[in-house]
Design a protein around this ligand. Sequence first.
Ligand code: FE2
Ligand code: FE2
Length: 219
Amino acid sequence: MTAEEFVAALDAENQTLLRALEPDATLTPEIDGPLNVPNLLKVALKNEIEATEIAARWLVVTDDVEVKMAFARQAGDEAKHYRMIADRLGELGVDARALDPLAQGFGPLFKYLDSLPSTVERVAAGQFTREAIAVVKNRQFIEFCDRAGDRTTATLYRDIIEPDERFHHQLGRSLLLRLAAGPEAQEAAGRAAARTLALAEELQGAALRTAGIHHAPGC
Ligand SMILES: [Fe+2]
Ligand SMILES: [Fe+2]
């Protein structure tokens, strides 16, 4: 199939699987207690620093100027998100400078992305798919903030972070339209996207079982 047909099919498949990430209607969030905005923002810090680092690693190992600059843009945006979230945590009484989100090391999704050997897989997994996941998760987090009465955090996500993540997904789309040419590239890209979604679903399930977290924002 052509790259256009492949990207449209991958998008449709991703959107179907992404519905599985939407929380069960019965899992009404418990706003009092540990599942609160500051604790979810701490999870967000880890996601943002990992997204910054993976984009930065990938930008230095490609000679493709368009890909390099897409990862550079993404790394800068994710670092901006980190700072904005840290500032918001400060307003909520949490000193983010005292936190090291990488103290426990990189997470399984980061390690998987870091293992991907080709540009088409990196773009399919790290931008096109991971950023589509982020858009869904951020929409859920915005609803959570609204319900918790935290309009400032909801506005930060609605006006700045979510549109940036959507743009990262679009960067991935425009690169894939060029890179996903031919059956081999398409097969590798499809596999990497599917594994990324499966990992995200697995991790969300684990977060839900161990910490009751089902509204952590993505990046
Ligand atoms: Fe992003
Ligand atoms: Fe981000």
